[in-house]
Design a protein around this ligand. Structure first.
Ligand code: C2O
Length: 542
């Protein structure tokens, strides 16, 4: 196994998109940022130099970080931010993960432009569990704002309203040639007739689940979130923000130009969204003309049936060991709420529905990040008063979560920094129940520090008697982000074998800001493996 060193310089760089130039926060002047390629078993050492005017942290999305929680990156959870002018070295080892992950900023909305792919090749000496592809390309889906994204979220926070929608979606940072001004820069993916390409698709958008397709070509799904899957063929993928999907594409069509396209899957009703399409071009190499590429059909923006039939096909490649007995059985509701505006507030700060402010919660607790310490530092140094550990394992009232009969009690969650304590080694089940307090939508729930099995999902209210018997305990997919069905539920299981403080949150970025998050505290035991490594000496403290 190798140790790879990289320097990430965070800096402001002029970036031109949609005919306009603005300064964007980048890594090494690149947007998207550099792709990291490692082998399973390698160690990465990334020194982040902050030369921008914002605080920043970098998160290695999906990397297990076994015993190296200090390198995980979420701001005020595992570290304080890297201040302008300062640096921090993230050091961690890839252990037992192969496929596609990514990295992104985990402060404010900086991940709008600060992100890149993290490709994990098989352990040296081993190979893919499918025929070696002739080519490989990472395709990162994103959102572009003409405005500074930090201003977009700050304005939303000030007014209590929803943030402005993006001005374009992007593939590898480019809106594509359906937009004016970006024809020349449109991403071209070359291929020769008969070749097979491994496309590593990553949804790096801030707030939008996306459909993805390639005109006239089948996509064979072979992996997701750096875990292998039983191959299945599909025309369309759906990825929630945070999710990755690896697909094989064979060039078995006439040698022409074909659009690779992505657009919104929008499950929330009556919510404004960016209804545009981004494109790249799959180009057969012998093709010399510049005829218009062939456009694929994409599902309607609200086509939940396509999403369901796609996600039901996900099965781990091999049979796996899913915890059968459960030590911590948790029931978490997730959803948006509305805060009544405090009387003393000016109207300008309450521009949500009917003069309210948006809020979000898990089990009626709206998560608040600390500002003077990181949670992990507070835990490790025994600093009192930063968090409490009474995050409720059940919602306060039982009600019809996805019907119209919603308890008023759930409209206004309590704010707090509450963690749920798990004993090291505990076998955990979490039922994630979507609610429709304001509106229901598909929430991509991401857990740091772990992969989990998705043993079941469905619509309506989770029914322990009926639904448990249908769980897949043989070959469920292993992921780090689950797209919880709109008006439905998903059940995940994992073993708490990684000590530390681990955030679980909605990967629609605005929902974190509104509080759709909580954290697990996996207590250090006494044995070597149960103990977190010592903090690095350059760890940023507040
Ligand atoms: Cu990719 Cu906490 O997130």
């Amino acid at each position: 196994a190798k140790v790879q060193h990289h320097d990430f310089v965070i800096q402001e760089t002029p970036v031109k998109r949609l005919c306009k130039t603005r300064n964007a926060i980048t890594v090494n002047g690149m947007f998207p940022g550099p792709t990291l390629e490692v082998n399973n078993g390698d160690t990465l050492e990334v020194k982040v130099h902050n030369r921008a005017r914002y605080n920043i942290t970098i998160h290695w999305h999906g990397v297990r970080q076994i015993r190296t929680g200090w390198a995980d990156g979420p701001e005020f959870v595992t570290q304080c931010p890297i201040r302008p002018g300062k640096s921090y070295t993230y050091r961690f080892t890839i252990q037992g993960q192969e496929g596609t992950l990514w990295w992104h900023a985990h402060s404010s909305w900086l991940r709008a432009t600060v992100y890149g792919a993290l490709i994990i090749h098989p352990t040296p000496g081993s190979s893919f569990p499918f025929p070696k592809p002739d080519r490989q390309t990472a395709l990162m889906l994103g959102e572009w704002w003409n405005a500074n994204p930090v201003d977009v979220i700050n304005q939303a926070t000030r007014t209590g309203a929803a943030p402005n929608i993006s001005d374009a979606y992007t593939i590898n940072g480019q809106p594509g040639d359906l937009y004016n001004c970006s024809t020349k820069e449109t991403v071209v993916v070359p291929i020769n007739s008969g070749e097979t390409s491994l496309l590593r698709v990553i949804n790096a958008a801030l707030n939008q689940p996306l459909f993805f397709t390639v005109a006239n070509h089948n996509l064979t799904v072979v992996g997701a979130d750096a875990s292998y899957l039983k191959p299945f063929t599909t025309k369309v993928l759906m990825l929630g923000p945070g999710q990755t999907t690896d697909v094989l594409l064979t060039a078995d069509q006439p040698p022409k130009r074909y659009y690779i396209a992505a657009r919104a899957y929008q499950s929330a009703q009556n919510a404004p969204f960016d209804n545009t399409t981004t494109t790249a071009i799959l180009q057969y190499k012998k093709k010399t003309t510049t005829s218009k590429p062939i456009m694929p059909a994409l599902p309607a923006f609200n086509d939940t049936n396509s999403v369901t039939s796609f996600s039901r096909k996900f099965k781990s490649l091999r049979n796996v060991v899913v915890p059968k007995t459960i030590d911590d059985n948790l029931f978490f509701t997730i959803g948006l709420g509305l805060d009544n505006c405090p009387k003393k507030f000016p109207k300008s700060r309450c521009q949500g529905l009917n003069g309210t402010r948006f809020t979000a919660s898990m089990n009626n607790v709206s998560f608040v990040l600390p500002s003077n310490f990181s949670l992990l530092q507070a835990h490790s140094n025994g600093i009192p008063g930063v968090f409490t550990t009474e995050f409720p394992s059940k919602p306060p009232v039982k009600f019809d979560y996805t019907g119209n009969n919603i308890s008023r009690a759930l409209f206004q969650p309590v704010k707090g920094t509450k963690l749920y304590k798990l004993k090291y080694g505990s076998r955990v089940q979490v039922v994630l129940q979507d609610t429709n307090i304001v509106t229901s939508e598909n929430h991509p729930i991401h857990l740091h520090g772990y992969d989990f099995y998705i043993v079941g999902e469905g619509f309506g209210n989770f029914n322990p008697k009926k639904d448990t018997s249908k769980f897949n305990l043989v070959d469920p997919p292993l992921r780090n982000t689950v797209a919880v069905p709109v008006n439905g539920w998903a059940v995940i299981r994992f073993v708490a074998d990684n000590p530390g403080v681990w955030l679980m949150h909605c990967h629609l970025d605005v929902h974190i800001k509104w509080g759709l998050a909580m954290a697990f505290l996996v207590d250090n035991g006494v044995g070597e493996l149960e103990t977190l490594e010592a903090p690095p000496h350059d760890l940023p403290i507040c």
